[in-house]
Write a protein that binds this ligand. Structure first.
Ligand SMILES: Cc1cc2nc3c(=O)[nH]c(=O)nc-3n(C[C@H](O)[C@H](O)[C@H](O)COP(=O)(O)OP(=O)(O)OC[C@H]3O[C@@H](n4cnc5c(N)ncnc54)[C@H](O)[C@@H]3O)c2cc1C
Length: 325
């Protein structure tokens, strides 16, 4: 029997939204192909993660519990994934495309003799593996076909919708013992410095309010943050807004920043340059607020508001407050 294996990214002791999106698609393929749906969890506290996976129809969970996996560190993660892979022997292993996964995918492929296909927006696995990859800042789509097996694929956020299975499953737990000599690691994690403590994770947020160069001062920044607070949204920014010094680099969305695909994306004072669009085009609903009616962002927007953000945002924030009471 074929095994389709999904790597589970964990945040706050839960599988991330993007992981569940990938898992949902993998489940569909597994049902169709009569393959076993398995998951791989590297985390010291796996109980709540396993609980969440039951609803997604996972039949087998490969677990490596180690305190080191509270944070991402390439060498032990690659060693652990290799151990899981060699035991599970999947024909296909899928990952949510994250910075951490980008770091390990190639190395893992080399270790296990698999083909790595990173950062796809769609994939299928019939007699051959096929995928669609946005390339050149998402200006073009490449069709990828892989004749060989096994395949490792990483999937962009928002490519699929997360949906629990019709019936939940009690998965078989396969604990894999792994000796990691922490003292022998050539790289260690000494400190995690987060640019935006207490903020929602951009890549995981269902709503994103993103600021562009049109947000020109502290007052504008406060309006953007107030709107985000009212909506329970994460704040993002264009590169121009980051270069202005108002927003930390960790919030950049785009070709050289993060790729987001929320349900709602509100672009505030953003022109819609192709490099920015590469990071947010997968959003389900796009609202653009811009004083220039010819701004390219309006070609992409579901709803557009032409006007000065300094006048529009206070009205919007007030309306949302009223609606919430
Ligand atoms: C190799 C490369 C990689 C890049 N990577 C990225 C990336 O990852 N992410 C990214 O964002 N950019 C990236 N860029 C930069 C990109 O090309 C654009 O320069 C940038 O996205 C522009 O940001 P912006 O839309 O905020 O600014 P602008 O293009 O200057 O647009 C500002 C907009 O705000 C509007 N505006 C001004 N004042 C107001 C107001 N009061 N009310 C309402 N609207 C107002 C204007 O009409 C305008 O449309 C990259 C560029 C290169 C060359």
């Amino acid at each position: 029997m074929l095994t389709y294996l999904c790597h589970i990214t964990v945040q706050n002791e839960r599988p991330t939204r993007t992981t569940l999106e990938v898992l949902t698609h993998l489940r569909r393929l597994a049902y169709r192909d009569h393959a076993r749906l398995a998951a791989c969890v590297l985390h010291p506290e796996a109980a709540s993660v396993v609980e969440a996976l039951k609803a997604y129809g996972v039949e087998q969970v490969y677990l490596i519990r180690h305190p080191l996996f509270k944070q991402h560190l390439n060498a032990p993660v690659i060693a652990a994934l290799e151990a899981v892979f060699k035991q599970a022997k999947p024909a296909l292993m899928a990952f949510a495309s994250t910075e951490a996964v980008k770091d390990v995918l190639g190395a893992l492929a080399t270790r296990v003799g698999a083909v790595a296909v990173p950062d796809v927006s769609a994939f299928d696995f019939g007699s051959t593996f096929t995928a669609t990859r946005p390339v050149m800042a998402a200006r073009a789509l490449a069709d990828v076909t892989v004749a060989d097996q096994p395949v490792l694929v990483s999937v962009r956020a928002g490519a699929y919708q997360a949906q629990p299975a019709e019936t939940s499953v009690e998965p078989e737990l396969v604990e894999i013992p792994l000796e990691i000599d922490a003292a022998a690691l050539r790289a260690t994690l000494r400190e995690v410095i987060t640019g935006a403590t207490g903020q929602l994770d951009l890549s995981e947020a269902s709503i994103v309010v993103a600021a562009g160069r049109g947000v020109r001062d502290e007052a504008g920044k406060q309006l953007v943050e107030a709107l985000a607070r009212e909506l329970g949204a994460a704040v993002g920014a264009s590169r121009a807004a980051i270069e202005s010094g108002l927003f930390p680099a960790s919030l950049q969305i785009g070709q050289t920043g993060k790729v987001v695909s929320p349900i709602l994306y509100i672009a505030v004072g953003i022109s819609g340059a192709i490099q920015h669009v590469a990071g947010m085009a997968g959003s389900q609903i796009i609202v653009a607020i811009n004083k220039d009616p010819n701004a390219p962002i309006f070609n992409l927007a579901t709803y557009g508001i032409v006007g000065d953000l300094y006048q529009i945002l206070p009205i919007l924030i007030e309306e949302i407050r009223v609606l919430k009471t």
